[in-house]
Design a protein around this ligand. Structure first.
Ligand code: ADP
Length: 191
């Protein structure tokens, strides 16, 4: 099972990614979490991405692509995975396609977690108070929203054209949304 989950910042991707991945018995691989861990550890990668993340911009594709390729090559990812936060622009889609093509693999589905824009900012500001993430300040949130609109939203059409998109409403309780995703994926994939 090879799945993507896409959605705007604050759509609840990370929370739902863990639940879906657990359901299918595959690792949930989050580029945001990997980068945050790198920053926390003070590694060279962390030094490289810290300021970029704090500004809400995207980490350069070469860096992100390499981190993802390395992670997907690890043994626990051999039987499948759920990617959360990658790909995030069309160039990353092309890189992932090439990577999968070289291995004779393909994506099974792309979950789009759909949440109206006006709810997203509120959710992120609330999360800022609870988790204290460095990129959950109001200015950075606005920038991340713009980056999502400009760079990531075009993926929706691209995956729809490939008939991979599974669109799920992301408004409601976490459990409710989780069940909605599970039902939509089961209907699509038969498992
Ligand atoms: P959110 O979806 O709430 O913005 P993420 O945890 O997915 O949060 O990402 C946090 C930050 O990590 C992004 O704003 C960006 O700087 C960096 N990042 C994560 N994934 C990618 C990616 N695929 N390409 C480039 N940068 C990324």
């Amino acid at each position: 099972m090879r799945l993507l989950i896409i959605g705007a910042p604050g759509s609840g991707k990370g929370t739902q990614a863990d639940a879906i991945a657990q359901h299918y018995g595959v690792p949930a691989i989050s580029t945001g979490n990997m980068f945050r861990a790198a920053v926390a550890s003070g590694s060279p990668l962390g030094e490289q991405v810290k300021a970029i993340m704090e500004s809400g911009a995207l980490v350069p594709d070469e860096v992100t692509d390499a981190v993802v390729a390395d992670r997907l090559g690890q043994p626990d990812a051999a039987g499948g995975w759920l990617l959360d936060g990658y790909p995030r622009n069309l160039a990353q889609v092309a890189t992932l396609d090439a990577y999968l093509g070289a291995q004779g693999q393909a994506l099974d589905a792309v979950v789009l977690l759909d949440v109206p824009a006006d709810l997203l900012i509120d959710r992120l500001l609330k999360r800022a108070q609870i988790e204290g993430r460095a990129d959950d300040t109001e200015a950075t949130i606005r920038h991340r929203m713009d980056v999502y609109q400009d760079s990531t939203a075009p993926l929706i059409q691209a995956f729809q054209a490939r008939d991979l998109l599974v669109r799920v409403g992301g408004v409601g309780e976490v459990d409710e949304v989780r069940e909605r995703i599970a039902a939509a994926l089961t209907a699509r994939l038969g498992r």
